[in-house]
Design a binder for this molecule. Structure first.
Ligand code: ATP
Ligand code: MG
Ligand code: FE
Length: 332
């Protein structure tokens, strides 16, 4: 079977061709990051317009990179939500149109579940159930992943997502959007212990996250230094901030694995590209004989190969949608 995956939930227009079970024949991602960076964040209206402009060339490139035509495609998998509604609708409408004209089954994929499922493209033997940790621009959540289509939420952020915190701290440091990659680069040269930023443990709901207090503490620290007429030690602030984020994510992921006696932790989402986070989780997992798996960076950030991959599992189970299906902006 050949699956065409389509992803337009945020600011990446993406299409991929997957040959069952897990051969990625093409994986095209057109990022709008440059367009939105001017505004310091994603502007939904602009995202929709650029998806409209990009969707046809991106899908055509995915087909030609895979050396196939639409005649070879057996199924369309498209991100149905969560995400920006105007952005999702572009991909979903396009997918519905191909599905209708070509009489192909259509699968509506949950974007967050697809991030978690991405690991199966590279590690098909990853066991179920396992702990799935998603850290991205819009989500920071811990799941028990029972199988390809059963995701049990243990906890999630009450305010900012981890990636959002990186982006906001970058902004107050006067750094461009997206902040994650730049902060982590600066942090490499900084002192991680210079500032004791708060770690929100949330003892009563140990798998929930909160990053807004951390963000405020970073902003206040920067303001104090500036008011004293001193230069902001950007690298030390970046390093101390990154350490606070990494520490709570690692603690909670390990705690979940131990409490539920699961011996595999899977990390995914854009922030999973963060080297410090990968290294710290790897070290702590190894120490407790827990297997730690993370997709390669291109499969951690938004892409359509992960959508096609989860779409295939849903197709196998007969979970399809029809032309009446709506996009959803928030998690169902
Ligand atoms: P969601 O998947 O929740 O809908 P999204 O699709 O916008 O959100 P992703 O594309 O998965 O999110 O991730 C983007 C986020 O990842 C941005 O906030 C970015 O700053 C962050 N990020 C990327 N690289 C790094 C890094 N090396 N360190 C920390 N954060 C990073
Ligand atoms: Mg994105
Ligand atoms: Fe994403």
């Amino acid at each position: 079977k050949i699956i065409l995956g389509i992803e337009t939930s945020c600011d990446e227009t993406a299409a991929a061709v997957l040959k069952a079970p897990n051969r990625v024949l093409s994986n095209v991602v057109s990022s709008q990051v440059k367009i939105h960076s001017v505004y310091g964040g994603v502007v939904p209206e602009l995202a929709s317009r650029h998806h409209l402009k990009n969707i046809v060339p991106v899908v055509e490139k995915a087909l030609s990179d895979a050396n196939i035509t639409l005649d070879d495609v057996d199924c369309i998998a498209v991100t149905q939500g969560p995400g920006l509604i105007g952005a999702l609708v572009v991909g979903l409408s396009f997918a519905k149109a191909i599905s209708a004209t070509r009489k192909l089954p259509l699968v509506g994929v949950n974007h967050v579940h697809a991030h978690l499922h991405a690991i199966y493209l590279e590690h098909p033997s990853c066991p179920f159930p396992h702990i799935g940790v998603i850290v991205s621009g819009g989500h920071t959540s811990i799941y028990i992943v029972r199988d390809a289509i059963q995701y049990e939420l243990l906890g999630q952020t009450r305010d900012d997502a981890a990636g959002e915190a990186f982006d906001k701290v970058a902004k107050v440091l006067g750094l461009p959007y997206p902040g994650g990659p730049i902060i982590s680069k600066l942090a490499e040269k900084g002192d991680r212990t210079r500032f004791a930023f708060p770690r929100a443990r949330l003892a009563e709901t140990p798998y929930d996250f909160s990053f807004s207090g951390l963000k405020t503490a970073v902003i206040n620290t920067i303001r104090k230094i500036k008011n004293a007429g001193q230069d902001v030690p950007t690298e030390d602030v970046a390093a101390s901030f990154e350490e606070a984020v990494v520490e709570v994510i690692v603690d909670k992921a390990i705690r979940a694995a131990q409490e539920y006696s699961l011996d595999t932790i899977v990390l995914s989402g854009g922030v999973a590209a963060n080297k410090r986070l990968r290294d710290a989780l790897e070290t702590e997992a190894q120490r407790r004989k827990i297997q730690f798996l993370v997709p390669s960076p291109l499969l951690c950030t938004d892409n359509a190969a992960m959508v096609a991959s989860l779409g295939l599992e849903m197709l196998k189970r007969g979970i399809t949608i029809d032309s009446a299906a709506d996009a959803y902006s928030r998690a169902l």
